[in-house]
Design a protein around this ligand. Structure first.
Ligand code: PLP
Length: 463
């Protein structure tokens, strides 16, 4: 399988090159040249595979430059850190299926992609005797999942900036109690945006970037999308096994359009009609919802909500879907993205029919979110984290008779215990992974929000 850029400006490259490139060098995002369609017979033959066996079947169709035995081993190791034998179990409440994606080491769905990406980076660096210094800024969840993905790995260091005292105590401890020698936590005195700006500025210093082999782990890496395709297929098979062959819908809490884009790839991959529609669920940061409903993709101010991992106004993976919407035309995609970065808006109203064949959308207010958590608990004695609650809100609103609805549960409720407690009066049980986190040794450098200081810190600690 060869990979191309959504902006059409690079010659096709291999999977391994695409993983190491991250963002395409023409500013676009990398995608497989075509998505194979799995036949009905093959799909049926996957019915009894374990999660990791299924992951191999899917990934091997997109990866042709890693020997099969190595790919199998990478997959196996990546999911051995999960605490549930099924990796992504499906539970059933009322008429909804809830796909639990939070059984990894940091209790959020990002582990599914980042556990794999960490092992993959290590493997590829070994092949060409390279090294990598990962640099990123986090507002909470991504940082810890990325740190857990690469802790203790050879050839990789990770530097993660978080805003000092502006993330939750659990989120802070999840990062700073990882004391492996290759992990560097930096608490920046300032906001998330201050940290984000420093990271961007450092990446734009090309000489520095090359000298220290800087790399990113943000959600634009194709390997992250690929790893996420697996649980859509896994849950489809589960539903078919129990309810017979029928089309199904998904409700997906969305911020950067990464998780739901993996669903779109799964829709293209599986036999036609297996996945009917993907319901995009947002909080009041509803740019993506407006895009689906009337083709209006226009930025607004970011609002802080109780589902902070979805407080996003420019979805970094949106360009991938736009490329398909514009008939895989790289030039048109490039000029549309240019227009968006100049004007902060795109008018795609004349594509509404096409968009709505694939997607539906709904946004939840803070009150709707809290009500959903409270009602679901009352009715089923099951606690939803605030992000999952948005998917469940969408699932309940959009569900149709005889069409199974699978809601993606993206975080464990204990990760956002305060919101859950405010809605239900109940403190979620604390999973083993974060139980003793406040007693553990922690390590973190507190620094002024100054690019030069942080560069110096990297100079001293990079290998
Ligand atoms: C990152 C995140 C999301 C949003 O996923 P995207 O891929 O950015 O759309 C939803 N829920 C949780 C808990 C997350 O951490």
């Amino acid at each position: 399988m060869q990979y191309i850029s959504t902006r059409g400006g690079i010659s096709p490259i291999s999977f391994s090159k695409a993983v190491m490139m991250g963002l395409a060098t023409d500013g676009g995002l990398l995608l497989p040249r075509n998505i194979p369609r799995i036949g009905a017979e093959t799909f049926a033959s996957w019915q009894d595979l374990t999660y990791t066996e299924l992951a191999f079947e899917i990934m091997s169709r997109f990866v042709d430059d890693i020997p099969s035995s190595d790919l199998r081993d990478l997959i196996k190791r990546s999911y051995s850190t999960f605490t549930n034998a099924e990796i992504t179990p499906l539970v059933h409440h009322g008429d909804l299926h809830i796909l639990e994606l939070f059984h990894g080491p940091t209790l959020a769905f990002k582990d599914i992609a980042l556990q794999f990406l960490g092992n993959l980076f290590e493997y590829l660096l070994e092949q060409d005797n390279g090294s990598l210094n990962i640099l990123g800024a986090t507002s909470g969840d991504t940082g810890s999942a990325a740190i857990y993905g690469v802790r203790g790995k050879q050839r990789i260091n990770i530097f993660i900036l978080h805003p000092h005292k502006r993330i939750s105590p659990v989120q802070e401890k999840q990062m700073t109690t990882v004391t492996d020698a290759n992990v560097f936590n930096i608490a920046v005195e300032g906001t998330f945006d201050d940290g984000q700006k420093i990271v961007k500025d450092i990446f734009s210093d090309i000489e520095f970037k090359e000298r220290y082999q800087l790399g990113a782990v943000n959600s634009i890496n194709w390997a992250r999308i690929l790893a996420q395709v697996v649980y859509y297929v896994y849950s489809s098979l589960h539903v078919i096994k129990h309810e017979g062959d029928k089309a199904m819908d998904f409700a997906v809490p969305t911020g950067n359009f990464g998780d739901i884009f993996a669903g779109y790839i799964a829709k293209l991959l599986l036999p036609e009609g297996t996945i009917r529609r993907l319901f995009l669920a947002t909080n009041t940061n509803d740019i993506l919802c407006r895009f689906v409903q009337n083709g209006d993709y226009s930025k607004a101010e970011v609002q802080s909500t109780s589902s902070p991992s979805m407080d996003i106004q420019a979805a970094s993976n949106f360009e991938r879907y736009l490329y398909y919407l514009l008939d895989k035309d790289g030039e048109r995609t490039a000029s549309a993205m240019e227009e968006f970065s100049e004007k902060g808006l795109l008018e795609l109203g004349n594509h509404c029919d096409h968009i709505q064949r694939d997607f539906g959308a709904i946004a939840a207010t803070e009150a709707e979110l809290a009500d959903t958590i409270a009602n679901f608990h009352k009715e089923y004695n099951y606690l939803l984290d605030p992000h999952t609650a948005i998917a469940v809100f969408a699932g309940l609103q959009k569900q149709q008779k005889n069409i199974p609805m699978i809601c993606l549960a993206t975080a464990h409720p204990a990760k956002f215990g305060e919101t859950v407690k405010a809605a239900t009066g109940i403190e979620p049980d604390i999973p083993e992974a974060i139980k003793n986190i406040f007693d553990k040794e922690s390590r973190c450098e507190i620094m002024t929000a100054d690019q030069e200081l942080i560069k110096n810190y990297i100079r001293t600690h990079a290998s």
